[in-house]
Design a protein around this ligand. Structure first.
Ligand SMILES: [Zn+2]
Length: 258
C-alpha cells in the first residue's frame, strides 16, 4: 500500500457524508457497519477502509483504489476468496489501510453510467423486510409518488450469496441485465439478509436515495401491519416518473430544497 502527500479529490466530501450516514438518529448502521465510496477521477474511487466506524470516520480511514484492478479481479476466475484481500490491497493507489471486502461491490456499482457515489447501509426497517419472506415486496412496485421521484420505478433485489467474489460477480451480472431491461441502472440494490446499496450521481444524491429507501421500507412495514400493500398502478407510476412537473420536483428534492 502507498501513502503520498497527494490528497484525492473528494476526500473531505466523503468524510462529511459518511459521518452523516453513521449518525445514530438515522438508524442506518451501528458500530463498523456500512461503507461509502466516491469516484475521484476516471477509474478510481475512495472507499472506506475495513473496520472503521462511519460515525467517527476520518480521512485516514479511506483508501483510494483503482477500479480496473478490482473489476479485473471480479471478472477473472483465477482468483479465489483466499487471495481476494491481498489482490484488493494491490489496487490501492492512496492510503495506508486495507479496503473492506465490500469494496468489490462498490466497484461493481461504479461500473454503472452516471454513478459517482455509493452508500451501503444496514438500515433497520430495510433489513426487517430483507430478513423476512416478504423481501420481494421491496421491488414489486411503488407505494407513493416521492418514492418514485427519488428511487425510480425499478429497484433490484439480490438473493443471499456469500460475501466476496461470488456476490460481486452475481451483482455485476444482474446490474448489466437490469440496465439492458430498463434502459438505466437501478438507484437501489437490495441484498437479501444483508442490506442496501444506494447509487447516486453525487454524495448528497446517494444519501437521499438511502433515506428514501429507509422511509419506503417503514411505509411498507406499516402497510403490512394493517393489511396488504396497495402499489401504484403501473400507468400512474410511469406518469409520475416522466411528467415534467415531477421531473422538476425530482431536481428540487435532490437539491434539498424541500
Ligand atoms: Zn454490508
Amino acid at each position: 500500500m502507498t501513502h503520498t502527500d497527494r490528497q484525492p479529490r473528494g476526500l473531505d466530501e466523503i468524510v462529511r457524508i459518511s459521518r452523516a450516514v453513521g449518525h445514530p438518529k438515522n438508524d442506518l448502521v451501528v458500530l463498523a457497519e456500512g461503507n461509502t465510496s466516491l469516484k475521484t477521477s476516471e477509474g478510481r474511487m475512495l472507499v472506506k477502509a475495513t473496520g472503521a466506524n462511519l460515525r467517527t470516520v476520518t480521512a485516514e480511514d479511506f483508501v483510494e483504489v483503482d477500479l480496473d484492478v478490482l473489476l479485473e479481479l471480479i471478472r477473472s476466475d483465477r482468483v479465489g476468496d483466499d487471495e481476494v484481500a491481498i489482490a484488493c490491497a494491490a489496487g490501492v493507489t492512496w492510503g495506508t489501510k486495507r479496503p473492506s471486502v465490500e469494496a468489490l461491490l462498490h466497484a461493481v456499482c461504479h461500473t454503472c453510467a452516471g454513478v459517482t457515489a455509493v452508500i451501503h447501509t444496514h438500515s433497520t426497517p430495510v433489513n426487517a423486510l430483507l430478513c423476512s419472506d416478504q423481501a420481494e415486496l421491496l421491488t414489486r412496485g411503488s407505494l407513493f409518488p416521492d418514492q418514485i421521484v427519488v428511487l425510480g420505478r425499478h429497484t433490484l433485489l439480490i438473493p443471499y450469496i456469500d460475501p466476496g467474489l461470488p456476490l460481486a460477480r452475481f451483482v455485476l451480472a444482474r446490474l448489466l441485465e437490469h440496465t439492458a431491461e430498463h434502459g438505466s441502472p437501478p438507484r437501489v440494490v437490495y441484498l437479501q439478509n444483508h442490506g442496501v446499496f444506494a447509487l447516486g450521481a453525487s454524495t448528497d444524491d446517494a444519501m437521499q436515495v438511502t433515506t428514501m429507501a429507509a422511509k419506503s421500507a417503514r411505509v411498507l412495514l406499516g402497510a403490512l401491519s394493517v393489511g396488504r400493500p396497495t402499489f401504484l398502478e403501473p400507468t400512474n407510476a410511469e406518469r409520475i416518473d416522466t411528467r415534467p412537473d415531477e421531473l422538476l420536483r425530482r431536481s428540487i428534492l435532490l437539491e434539498g430544497q424541500v
